[in-house]
Design a protein around this ligand. Sequence first.
Ligand SMILES: Cc1ncc(COP(=O)(O)O)c(C=O)c1O
Length: 429
Amino acid sequence: MTTPLEQQASILGQMGMTRFFRRLLTEKPEILMKNVTVEAVRPGRWIRVEGRWVRNFGSDSFLGLDQHPAVQEALIRGVREWGTHNGTSRAFSSVAANVEAEERLAAWLGTEAALMYPSVSLANMGALPALTTRHDVIVADQYAHNSIEEGMRLAKARGVRSAKFAHNNPDDLERCLRSLRPYRRAVVAVDGVYSMSGQLPPLKELQQIARNHDGFLYVDDAHGTGVVGAQGRGTVWQTLGNYENVVVVGSLSKALSCLGGFIAASRCVIEVLQLRSHPLIFGGPVPPPYLTALLKVLDILCSPEYEQLRVALDANVCRLIEGARRLGLVVLGGCVPIVSVLVGPEEMTLQAGRFLFERGYYVQSVVFPAVPHGAGVLRVQLNANHPSEAIDGLLEAFAALKRVFPLPEVEPTVVPYPGPSLHATAIPA
Ligand SMILES: Cc1ncc(COP(=O)(O)O)c(C=O)c1O
């Protein structure tokens, strides 16, 4: 006899995408490369999966700092100094390294203050309800990260109205805001970099519309942190040149290779978040060893070494994009080290990912709902410490893939890719 809990799990397992993935798992377990177990890691961005060594093109550690000896040393030093964790909510106490890390984050970005959360998801789920009341509205880009949507849901449960506008479309944002009147304030929530396509939002236009409609920008720049703009300060600084009327959300777990997320804004905003943001008040902090590691990462970001890392990373992005274009693949992104190759149907995207894996390259097969239905992509994440032969090998595997699978095509080009330049907002044709 099954229990109510098991019956509930069985009902849930038959719904929507869960059913799709369960069917694939039963009928074609070999192509479903989800929840992959990495058995071991080696320099050169090797990972062992299913007993096979493959190059890992699925890591957000864009600057390769997870393998940096000084960052690893700092993490170990943090364990010795503070222990493995700080077992209390920050509403009670914080280790000095946490206070220092926030001050250093704000100084690096050029904001008045910063506040750390254990993840970007928690930052969004904490900040969006904290920054709004039932008199306010939240309007988000239709493709903003799921955690923005979760934050909106939590705010909605407290009476905040919300809506979505068409992706990267300022006119639709304006239409949306007009339709929501009357309200007191509007939060306009977008990603700083769209993580599945690598595209950037038109922040200047969005900011202007937000201002004209009693609103402010809320930019989740998780994928821009550390890799967009001078010293990796991110999309907001790079595009707007100031932080006026903006809440910036950044990641410590991607290019910065530590753990957590942060919100950077003027001091009055940060003080409100400290008092109103539930995950901070009722949950625990980033473990101290990651704080000492973060201090070392911030040293690197502010040193000449950062430029070297960026040169290596940008060269890798160019190598891949130019190679993919020579093959006539449809390439999305490229302003950050995320390059997506369009495949199309869900099942073919999963099969294509498996095909590359069999040839020694792990990339993420991304399908609906992370991308629109029928627009699955192979998402390649480039790191500064990918050797060039790994990128060439991946391109050869793509060439083989193209011979076997009916991938969408464009006219092959040999135009040099100028790179994810500091000012790029889109891939030049
Ligand atoms: C824009 C954006 N926000 C939030 C997240 C989630 O970050 P975290 O893992 O720190 O919760 C991601 C993850 O990829 C992201 O791309």
